[in-house]
Design a binder for this molecule. Structure first.
Ligand code: AMP
Length: 182
């Protein structure tokens, strides 16, 4: 059993596969006996994921800054909703409560959170695994770009390889579970 911190869109995206992936991931997290840690919103993919985890009997911890409670429609039906004063506290609290990290499709908030936790790992501040769910090839252009940062000499291969990717929720969960056990 582990605590999975998931970063994902406050919007749902156009393609129905995005919502379906969030729902499938929430169900899988609960069925594997894991706990979901996320940003605490009801909106977009964030809400889909939290509700699917709860519906499958899983535990969900949300972390919500006070100033976003209305704008992001804080989810008051979670196992625990942690209120924090600002965005920095949100990210630090989510990280402190997680054993591994995932990014689903999302916007610049999702990307910001993913890159911050990756850089914290690269700087030796944690050794927790992380990966992206590449549903609908959403992350393929980013993964190609990241490979080019290696070939251009701005990123080393071990750091690049810290970021896992998989096309399905089950495959990503399996890959992260394997890293947690290894
Ligand atoms: P988005 O991917 O832009 O839809 O945002 C997804 C989530 O990330 C939302 O709950 C945003 O409030 C959150 N977010 C955006 N920027 C930050 C930030 N700098 N630190 C922490 N959370 C953020």
């Amino acid at each position: 059993m582990a605590r999975f911190c998931v970063y994902l869109g406050s919007r749902s995206g156009e393609h129905p596969d995005f919502r379906q992936a969030a729902t499938a991931l929430g169900t899988a997290i609960a069925e594997h006996g894991h706990t979901l840690v996320y940003g605490g919103a009801r909106i977009g993919l964030m809400g889909e994921l939290a509700n699917a985890t709860l519906d499958a009997g899983g535990e969900v911890i949300g972390v919500m800054p006070d100033h976003l409670v209305e704008r992001e429609q804080a989810h008051f039906g979670l196992t625990e909703l942690i209120r924090v004063p600002d965005m920095h506290a949100r990210k630090a609290t989510m990280a402190a409560n997680a054993d591994a990290f995932m990014a689903l499709p999302g916007g610049i908030g999702t990307l910001e959170e993913l890159f911050e936790i990756w850089t914290w790992g690269y700087l030796g501040l944690h050794e927790k695994p992380l990966g992206v769910l590449n549903v609908q090839d959403f992350y393929s252009p980013l993964l190609t770009f990241l490979d080019s940062t290696v070939s251009h000499g701005f990123l080393n291969t071990p750091t690049r390889d810290m970021l896992l990717d998989a096309a399905t929720p089950d495959a990503l969960l399996d890959a992260l579970e394997a890293r947690l056990q290894g």
